[in-house]
Design a binder for this molecule. Structure first.
Ligand code: TRP
Ligand code: ZN
Length: 885
């Protein structure tokens, strides 16, 4: 029996809510068998509603309704209707108090949406539509209310009772059987949408600190973690204080609460959640200690703690009118956490990583069946739209505004945005309008970025006339069609450009008609399908440095040859484009090698390429972190995206051969970089130390590709003696790719050492899942039965199943379809427990149409099997339906 296609919800159908709810008073009692939720709502008809006589419709899911009363009178059955999704009460007055009592069972909540049990207690996740799984409510973000929550639980089992805002009262009580219980009452002074509600009933340890805001307020900061893990919470506390200071300094934004709490939980569908005053975090973005967390983990903690904190203004104080506006808060907040990261770490290295991530995840999304604009126009299940497009491309769109109007105007625009919209639920149009009004720049055309999906291509051709000293660049833009949209109107694209002379310096840029050259890097506005920009007084034929700092999320085409690319690699003043030139060179040569291999010709990395890489390595001491990025080959997934018909085996063979050639030819230099970048002293995750470790560990990986026993001994030696997790896991990842005795030894001893640290075991699972060895699928299958794995824990699923399906291109796309079959099995099994996580894993199939017909047939069969599953969730049904359509 095929499952029905879920209904589609459209942005164009938005209407204001029929009712508003000014206050919510919750009384939640957690018992062994069930949790009782009593709610008291002050409800009023919305003057802006279309129908002044509409019935009251409340969302509610998996709730057992015990009673409902209106203005103190209990409603009889038959005066309301109750379905599996809503409670409808017709004929209500214009203002009234509605009380409901219902029962929920957090211990059975495997979806991790609503109120659920994890190891140390009960936790909430309400974004996007989880609040309706706690109580009946108008569960949409334009209904903003003042919340009071009184929580009751067993005193010994759950000593910690938390909700949003301020603790106003607490006390002891006894259960009917005489067991000691307690209660706590929290009041949140700020009106908020239901998705920002949170409560925690648990046994946790707490790390406390104080932050004095710039206006002199003493705020209590608290991080709650699993008992015994306080020694892993310090870094997150430092991150929080750094973020608070940064938002004051850069945006003038101050904490508006007397206390700010973070709670870490091991079972969590996403990274973290910005609930007002009570953030709930996946443990992996809180817990850190040098022996268990890597440099990247530390950076992620900084970024995610900052991200959730920044949401307090961009998301909470000003929230979204509806879920189509999700990027209003997410794109803007990602942009803010990126800027924070750039200030804390290396700006250019952060930028390179952002772009690598955008190209690895968002570009394919934009070219596949789930392509959607930054502001989607429709969805079946909103949980499926917490995407790279809404987050990462959304941040790029905000960044382009920043580029077009400049940093000072951008700050003015932010100030105006808060001045106008504080306390409101608004749209991305409101945000852009504030930026336009504050800067005086017309952004009407620019707004197409919010409404048109797809990655535009900019094709640049140029001519130079040595007699007139004129250089002309012709720029053509186009955008491929995406589902539901064949043709695209041209975008407003900021193209940041420089012209590099033969001596490596930037040529001053004077456009035709100008009297002087104002700068040597300029922002050109590309708004038409075709443009021509002529620069005068250009003394020699330059090499163009295009889209410096990745000034727009586009694919840039220009016919660079090898000498020009190596010139940019060596000389471009824009660090991003130095990196970009190297990637372009590698990509071109790898694609050429793939063709050679397919045609049965000899293939591999040419000498010119190894020389260019060698020069980057020689220059590495100047900036090891940058060198590590520049010496990393484009990923197999990235190369695949550049091909019409993907050949994963050929790509894998080529990339491996390139790496091996680097390891062989540059063996001495790599060993020297390995030795020269040892970081002395106690571990610190600062940018400089982390950069040296990144280069050192990359060098080690290349040395190992060279294939000597000495190399293998060196890797194993690092594995055995590493003083921090960064170095240990780097060595383990290298060993996981080689079929040698050391591999087994290392994997076994790593497990023995870390079996009680779930976050470290996630790394161990992932290392095996992404191994390039041919036996990987069999190992992954075996690991699904290992005690270290649990299909109920999202981190474990993302590590093992996600690692295999999203980060092991060659094995997931095995020609016999075995990878697809396995992942389909996992999606089906997961869907019965946790549809949000299942749908994320199902996205691994997105690009199936880019492969050969044999692989396509296997992928189609796997997707169809998923689609046929009885009782399939909306979440997975949307992914499968779109992939197949
Ligand atoms: N708003 C969260 C963020 O900071 C995202 C999020 C957390 C989320 N948990 C979720 C989204 C569960 C959907 C479902 O980005
Ligand atoms: Zn966010």
């Amino acid at each position: 029996m095929a499952s029905a296609t879920p209904a589609t919800i459209y942005l164009k159908d938005y209407t204001p809510p029929a009712f508003l709810i000014s206050s919510v008073d919750l009384d939640v009692a957690v018992f062994e068998e069930h949790t009782r939720v009593a709610s008291r709502l002050h409800v009023q008809r919305n003057p802006a509603a279309a129908d002044p006589a509409a019935a009251l419709v409340l969302d509610g899911e998996e709730l057992v309704l015990e009673s409902v009363s209106l203005d103190g009178h209990r409603l009889e059955e038959g005066t309301y209707t109750l379905t599996s999704e809503r409670l409808t009460i017709p004929g209500v007055p214009d203002a009234f108090v509605l009380e409901t009592v219902c029962r929920i069972r957090p211990q059975d909540n495997t979806k991790l949406s609503g109120f659920y049990v994890s190891k140390d207690g009960c936790f909430t996740q309400c974004e996007a539509e989880g609040f309706r799984r706690i109580t009946f409510f108008i569960d949409r973000p334009d209904v903003m209310s003042r919340y009071t929550a009184t929580l009751h639980a067993d005193r010994r089992r759950y000593p910690v009772l938390l909700s949003n805002g301020n603790l106003v009262d607490l006390g002891d009580e006894v259960s009917s059987s005489g067991a000691p219980r307690h209660w706590a009452k929290w009041v949140d002074p700020f009106p908020k949408p239901s998705y920002l509600f949170a409560m925690v009933v648990a046994k946790l340890d707490v790390l406390e600190d104080t932050f004095v805001t710039r206006s002199g307020k003493h705020a209590r900061l608290a991080i709650y973690v699993e008992p015994g893990k306080l020694d892993q919470a310090d870094f997150a506390m430092q991150s929080l204080k750094k973020a608070m200071k940064w938002d004051e300094d850069v945006f003038g934004l101050e904490l508006d609460l007397d206390q700010y709490m973070i709670v870490a939980v091991g079972d969590f569908n996403m990274g973290a959640m910005e609930n007002k005053g009570l953030n709930i975090f996946n443990t992996k973005y809180v817990l850190a200690r040098p022996d268990i967390a890597t440099d990247i983990d530390y950076q992620n903690i900084d970024r995610v703690v900052a991200h959730e904190y920044f949401h307090n203004w961009t998301g909470n104080r000003v929230t979204c009118r509806d879920w189509f506006q999700l990027s209003l808060k997410e794109g803007l907040t990602v942009f803010r956490d990126q800027e924070f990261g750039a200030d804390v770490y290396s700006r250019s290295v952060q930028r390179i990583r952002e772009v690598r991530d955008l190209r690895a995840r968002q570009f394919p999304e934009d070219a596949g069946p789930m392509a959607h604009p930054v502001r989607p126009q429709s969805y079946m299940e909103i949980s499926n739209f917490y995407t790279a497009t809404v987050y990462q491309k959304g941040a790029e769109v905000v960044r382009m505004i920043h580029t077009l109007i400049g940093a000072r105007n951008f700050r003015k625009g932010m100030d105006l945005y808060f001045q106008r919209h504080d306390g409101q639920a608004v749209t991305t149009d409101d945000f852009v309008q504030a930026m336009a009004d504050a800067s005086g720049v017309d952004l009407t055309h620019f707004k197409r970025w919010y409404d048109q999906a797809g990655t535009p291509t900019l094709e640049v051709t140029d001519t130079y006339d040595s007699k007139s000293k004129r250089y002309t660049a012709t720029i053509r833009q186009s955008c491929p069609s995406t589902p539901g949209r064949l043709t695209k109107a041209p975008f407003h694209i900021p193209l940041v450009l420089g012209l590099v002379a033969a001596d490596g310096t930037d040529i001053p840029l004077q456009l035709e008609g100008e009297s002087a050259a104002p700068a040597s890097t300029r922002v050109l506005s590309v708004t038409q399908p075709e443009h021509r920009f002529t620069f005068v007084n250009v003394a020699e034929r330059p090499v163009p440095s295009l889209a410096r700092n990745f000034s727009a999320p586009v694919t840039l085409k220009y016919d660079y040859d090898v000498p020009r690319l190596t010139h940019l690699m060596a000389n471009d003043t824009d660090a991003f484009n130095r990196w970009e030139a190297g990637q372009r060179l590698a990509t071109t040569l790898m694609l050429k090698s793939v063709e050679d291999l397919q045609a049965g010709r000899s293939f591999g990395a040419p000498e010119a390429f190894i020389d260019a890489f060698g020069r980057v390595l020689a220059d590495a001491p100047r900036d090891p972190a940058f060198a590590a990025e520049a010496l990393t080959l484009p990923s197999e997934t990235f190369i695949a995206e550049q091909m019409d018909v993907v050949d994963p085996d050929a790509i894998h063979a080529v990339r491996t051969r390139f790496a091996r050639k680097i390891g062989e030819v540059l063996a001495d230099e790599l060993l020297a970089a390995y030795r020269g970048n040892a970081v002395p002293g106690p571990y610190s995750p600062d940018a400089e130390s982390a950069g040296r470790r990144a280069l050192r560990n990359l060098s080690l990986a290349y040395v190992m590709e060279g294939g000597t026993q000495a190399a293998c001994d060196l890797v194993f030696e690092q594995f055995s003696t590493a003083g921090n997790m960064t170095d240990a896991i780097a060595a383990l990842l290298v060993l996981a790719d080689f079929d040698c005795g050391e591999r087994t030894k290392a994997l076994e001893s790593f497990y023995e050492q870390w079996k009680d640290e779930p976050l470290v075991i996630d790394k161990w699972l992932r290392a095996q899942a992404i191994s390039r060895l041919p036996g990987t699928l069999a190992e992954v299958k075996r690991l699904t039965g290992h005690p270290a794995f649990s299909i109920r824990n999202p981190n474990k699923v993302y590590a093992l199943i996600g690692g295999f399906s999203m980060a092991n291109h060659v094995r997931f796309h095995a020609a016999d379809g075995s990878g697809y079959d396995f992942v389909a099995d996992q999606v089906i099994a997961l869907d019965a427990l946790n549809p949000q996580v299942a749908a994320r894993i199902a996205r691994a199939f997105d690009r199936w149409r880019k492969f050969d017909s044999i692989r396509q047939a296997h992928a189609r069969a796997a997707l169809e099997r998923i689609g046929r599953t009885t009782g399939l969730s909306k979440d997975v049904a949307e992914i499968a339906t779109k992939a197949l359509s």
